[in-house]
Design a binder for this molecule. Structure first.
Ligand code: 5GP
Ligand code: MN
Length: 341
């Protein structure tokens, strides 16, 4: 951020006594980690902040300190949420670039929020936060940005073990355990600092990655069984119907990472996961790529989605079969781009 913008953020912090912090719908490790991490930082600035998530987050994030205090909009009284937004002098939106990404909360924020601040690493940020937009698409995670933000506020010494654990969680999950190209030497230096502060990195890894249920493993086996490789397009896709999810008592977060199984196959450049969601009446789609093929552009052009160049999401209102048919019919047009990836 430029000096001028840093000054604006410092002034906004000084004037803010009551805030709300919003992650995107279907919050992941980065969304939850960054929101709670920022909440803890704001507390050191005498600002009382509440985190309101549009819907529930997966159990494997329960270790995030005080994540049990996060309000889940879907389960709360709507008027209570409206009141909190009305009372807030600042509404922070983290890990997303457009209000449409926070589901049913969006109209409430549009109507009642006095002022916004955004911290995010997705492309094409909307302008609702004006000068208080801290956007950087080169960043590994919004959690890394929260660290840089605190650094720019000249408050790094205020990061305690809990705050550090929140920030660690999001960097860990959004970098695929420090694998993706967004992982830089700076990312590793920050991680080193967080461990010096006291983060129990080994324990956080175990809490996130070694807490499978038997049902989830069985669902993973089913997903592998359903995996289809389209060799000519260096593409792999997996479908999971609602019925298949039900067989293995699907819980939120159970399919996290499944799309990467397709991408892990040698020669595959483009991997997709189609998940039927009967409650929402949609097919949720995850797109991943290895090289230069921009899956966010593919998702926004054809499946009402977006995200990052190598990791994006979208949705379809067609049936599962029709969605896959539509997807396959699009591939010839993108063949060259995928193969050159
Ligand atoms: P996932 O496949 O894990 O749900 O999402 C991958 C990435 O794409 C995340 O960075 C997420 O924020 C973004 N993403 C997922 N679904 C959507 C969507 O419907 N719209 C947009 N704009 N981005 C999405
Ligand atoms: Mn993120």
């Amino acid at each position: 951020m430029q000096e001028n913008q840093i000054r604006q953020f410092k002034a906004a912090l000084q004037n803010s006594k009551k805030a709300v912090i919003i992650p995107h719908k279907n919050p992941d490790g980065d969304a939850i980690g960054s929101c709670v991490g920022l909440q803890k930082y704001l507390a050191t600035q005498n600002c009382e902040a509440v985190v309101i998530a549009p819907n529930a987050f997966p159990d494997f994030l329960n270790h995030v300190p005080e994540s049990n205090e996060i309000l889940i909009f879907e389960y709360e009284d709507r008027n209570k949420i409206i009141e909190l937004v009305q009372e807030a002098d600042l509404v922070w939106t983290l890990d997303f670039n457009d209000l449409s990404r926070c589901g049913g909360l969006a109209p409430i924020l549009e109507k009642y929020a006095k002022k916004f601040a955004m911290i995010d690493h997705h492309t094409y940020p909307s302008n609702y936060a004006g000068e208080l937009t801290y956007s950087d698409v080169s960043m590994s995670s919004t959690c890394q940005m929260v660290y840089h933000f605190i650094e720019m506020m000249e408050d790094l010494p205020l990061i305690d073990k809990d705050m550090a654990s929140c920030i660690y969680t999001g960097i860990l999950t959004d970098t695929g355990s420090f694998r993706y190209r967004s992982t830089t030497s700076t990312t590793h230096r920050i991680i080193a600092h967080l461990i010096d502060i006291g983060v129990d990195n080994s324990q956080i890894h175990a809490q996130i990655y070694d807490t499978n249920s038997y049902d989830r493993l069985r669902l993973k086996a089913l997903a592998i069984n359903n995996l289809v490789i389209l060799k000519d397009f260096k593409t792999a896709y997996i479908t999971l119907s609602q019925k298949e999810l039900n067989i293995h008592s699907y819980k939120k977060g159970d399919t996290d990472g499944f799309v990467n199984m397709g991408l892990s196959i040698k020669g595959v450049e483009f991997a997709v996961l189609f998940t039927e969601d009967e409650k929402e009446g949609i097919i949720k789609i995850s797109f991943r790529s290895k090289g230069h093929f921009k899956v966010n552009e593919f998702a926004s052009a054809h499946f009402e989605g977006g995200g990052h160049q190598n990791a994006s999401g979208g949705r379809s209102l067609l049936s599962l079969n029709e969605t896959v048919t539509k997807f396959k019919s699009l591939l010839p047009k993108y063949q060259q781009k995928i193969l050159e990836s």
